[in-house]
Design a binder for this molecule. Structure first.
Ligand code: GDP
Ligand code: MG
Length: 339
């Protein structure tokens, strides 16, 4: 899952990216200049790891991209935003709430201005596609009525400044997948606050923004563990804003984790809400999906409360489930398979 940082120029996207990349790049991850692969902090993984003492502990992962800015005056009005935004599965909209010589911040106005850019971007794409379909139809080619219906609905919504994510069908619809419609994507809003202000500004969005102080976070990212803990204590920072951001991004994308446990490895696996046991098994390995027989499932809470799998089983809390079982967040799974 990749999320792209976006927002008006000078919102602090690259500063936030430096903080994320410097501090959190997961080992083994590709460290391209503008792609950071990060561990999703999860204290359940920590506790399971303490219980099993495995050789290896693996967290769920999520990537952030900081796209290079698009050309200043592109000929194509749909190209005013970086193409990478359309290629990612989610967005992190960064809003400036610091001055630093850039002028007094107006986060609500900046927030709205960028949302309007995204609405316009999507409207241009949708209308262009509709025009193309109309000309194909004129030439006697067959067109998809389903696609036309979806596009017309999208056009109407965008005309009323409604985000496409509010539609029950448009986000994730295979017919629209290739178009990179930005307002159909899950989005986390981040307020990049001035150094001494931890309060979320009122932006008029659905949820309050995640507050970060990117400049401080980027400085912290350059320190070693110990120094960082000292500085955080000095600055009165209890938890990392980056951890909150990563967690919020995971949730916004409707991602959940299930766990596999054992002496070799304790590991979190990422699935979307509602994924069935057989497909979840396929995330671990395609053989487990192909040869899926059933799965033994227990909840994280039961395993911690009982202290061992044997105790969970004895208490009658171990479930045997079939391929159509929807896996819940925090379930511990052993897959039985046969290939
Ligand atoms: N004081 C302060 N300055 C910041 C903060 N974040 C970014 N800046 C400064 O704002 C300017 C624009 O930041 P940058 O990350 O390049 O913005 P981008 O255009 O969104 O990538 C740079 O001079 C940064 O040093 C912050 O949290 N506090
Ligand atoms: Mg930048």
């Amino acid at each position: 899952m990749r999320l792209a940082l976006c927002g008006l120029p000078s919102a602090g996207k690259s500063t936030l990216f430096a903080a994320l990349a410097g501090r959190r790049t997961a080992s083994g991850g590709r460290a391209e200049a503008n792609l950071a692969l990060l561990n999703v902090p999860d204290e359940r993984v920590d506790r399971l790891s303490a219980l099993y003492r495995p050789k290896k502990t693996t967290y769920a992962q999520i990537s952030f991209v900081d796209p290079p800015p698009p050309p200043a005056k592109p000929e194509d009005p749909a190209a005013r935003l970086p193409v990478e935004l359309g290629q990612c599965e989610g967005l992190v909209q960064v809003v400036r709430n610091f001055d630093a010589g850039l002028g007094a911040p107006n986060p609500a106005a900046d927030f709205r201005a960028f949302v309007e850019e995204m609405l316009l971007h999507d409207l241009i794409i949708v209308e262009r596609r509709l025009e193309r379909i109309a000309s194909e139809r004129q030439r006697g080619r067959e067109v998809s009525a389903e696609e036309v219906a979806l596009l017309e609905r999208a056009q109407a919504m965008l005309g009323e400044e409604k985000l496409l994510i509010a539609d029950p069908e448009i986000p994730g619809h295979p017919r629209l997948r290739g178009f990179g419609l930005l307002t159909a994507k899950p989005r986390v809003v981040v307020a990049n606050n001035v150094e001494d202000d931890p309060a979320p500004p009122e932006l008029g969005g659905e949820r309050p923004p995640v507050v970060v102080r990117a400049a401080i976070e980027a400085e912290l990212a350059e320190l070693g563990e110990e120094e960082r803990a000292e500085f955080m204590a000095e600055l009165g920072i209890a938890e990392s804003a980056l951890d909150r951001l990563i967690t919020a991004a995971y949730r916004a994308c409707r991602l959940i984790s299930f766990f596999t446990v054992g002496e070799d490895e304790v590991r979190a696996w990422t699935i979307t809400q509602g994924t069935l046991a057989q497909q979840a098994a396929g995330v671990i390995h395609s053989d487990l999906e192909k040869g899926f027989i059933r799965a033994e499932v227990m909840s994280y809470a039961d395993l911690i409360a009982q202290g061992s799998e044997a105790a969970v089983k004895k208490a009658g809390l171990l479930k045997l489930v079939g391929k159509d079982y929807p896996v819940s967040d925090g379930e511990v799974m052993h897959v039985r398979f046969n290939v």
